[in-house]
Design a binder for this molecule. Structure first.
Ligand code: PLP
Length: 393
């Protein structure tokens, strides 16, 4: 139950990739038959991605995954004197890139979420820097917001943000790494200029991804060298990775149409309800006032009172259940999740929160097992917890 960290290849993806290593191993830039076979496979994947994103095939730039797409959007769009608006709940691939450009004379505004984890589009509107003079480009050059949060699954109102970006004449990048394959993507409807996806979050291979680049977007490439990908990303094409991404996108579209994700949402809801039967538990990012927060169908983030999150991750791992703490390890010290902290959780509750993220192949038996393992592990940890015993305040 850690699908937001990564997913296994689906068998069809492996089968699609298999010939690309030893039989049709050509360099997609070579003009001979082997090269042209590889080139055709790449272009087939590009067409699939174009359907997946609702864009033209030439707008798809293949790369090494979400981190590269995110970095390219930030480093490739911004120059000293520009203003960037992003959020405080982004993945570190955006946050660290934003921090780096901030050191290079770019002004960065980080928008905090509401307690629900939702970004208020009006906050983005308020943060916009107007044009200095009509003949200069708008001061806010780029807005970068994630589609779905990796820790809570909360889905951001990207269409509304897209409209605000368009009105302001700002470019708009979406980190869709956690949304791809879980919700339908449509770059035309959203009105974004750039959008990052990663194959390994949607049953494709690791180290493969794509960046959608709208025609006319003045993006500098991160990698320079050969003229691959219409000079937008230099480097010999990772043909097996691209073919795997294409197949994963094709299967993801089928899953979305077949209602697989509705089945996953029902499993997630049953898991969530079962865990909430335990005392001292609650969901992070589930309600916005009295309205349900839109979330990806596979994710829930739950706090457990009087339990250390890391200890619970280990206890569940010993029972064969892989989940993730909402915390990142920085040089040995466990920091509470920046996402949960930004949503206003106190440090203890943030440390006591776990993310459960289901694979689309998850079954009822998986949820049954988790609903036996979690109460046992929580009861055990609470029994030995000095906080629960009242020996520590
Ligand atoms: N963006 C988000 C929201 C993610 O969850 C991740 C991976 O966890 C990334 C970007 C980075 O993607 P990749 O692992 O392909 O570099």
């Amino acid at each position: 139950m850690d699908a937001n960290a990564t997913t296994p290849l689906l068998p069809e993806v492996l089968e699609a990739m298999r010939p690309c290593w030893m039989e049709h191993f050509g360099n997609a830039s070579s003009i001979h038959l082997d090269g042209q076979t590889a080139h055709k496979a790449v272009e087939h994947a590009r067409e699939t991605l174009a359907r997946f994103l609702n864009c033209r095939p030439v707008d798809v730039v293949f790369n090494s995954g979400g981190t590269e797409g995110d970095n390219t959007a930030i480093f490739g769009m911004l120059r000293p004197g520009d203003h960037l608006i992003t959020t405080s709940i982004e993945h570190s691939a955006i946050l660290q890139a934003a921090q780096r450009v901030a050191e290079r004379g770019i002004e960065v505004t980080f928008i905090a979420p509401r307690p629900s984890g939702l970004i208020d589009p009006e906050e983005i509107r308020r943060a916009l820097r107007a044009e200095k003079r009509p003949d200069t480009r708008p001061k806010t050059r780029l807005i970068s917001v994630m589609l779905a949060n990796n820790e809570t699954g909360v889905i951001q109102p990207v269409e509304e943000i897209g409209k605000i970006a368009a009105e302001a004449g700002a470019f708009f990048h979406i980190d869709a790494v956690q949304g791809a394959g879980k919700v339908k993507l449509d770059v035309q409807r959203i009105g974004c200029h750039l959008l990052s996806i990663s194959a390994h979050k949607m049953h494709g291979p690791k180290g493969s991804g794509a960046l959608y680049v709208k025609r006319g977007t003045p993006l500098d490439s991160l990698m320079v060298g050969g003229s691959h990908e219409r000079r937008r990303r230099a480097g010999t094409l990772n043909v097996p990775g691209i073919v795997g991404l294409g197949k994963a996108a094709e299967l993801a579209m089928e899953s979305l149409e077949e209602g697989t994700l509705r089945r996953v949402a029902a499993l997630r809801d049953r898991l969530e309800a079962g865990v909430l039967d335990l005392s001292g538990t609650g969901v992070n990012g589930c309600w916005d006032g009295n309205v349900r927060t839109p979330r990806t169908p596979n994710t829930t983030n739950i706090w457990f009172d009087q339990v250390d999150g890391e200890a619970l991750v280990i206890a569940l791992d010993l029972k064969g259940l892989a989940v993730s703490g909402g915390s990142a390890c920085h040089s040995g010290s466990t920091e509470p999740s920046h996402v949960l902290m930004a949503m206003g959780l106190d440090k203890n509750r943030a440390r006591a929160s776990l993310r459960f993220s289901l694979l689309k192949t998850a079954t009822d038996a998986d949820v049954d097992y988790a609903l036996r393992a979690i109460p046992e592990a929580v009861a055990h940890l609470r029994a030995i917890s000095p906080v629960a015993a009242g020996t520590v305040g």
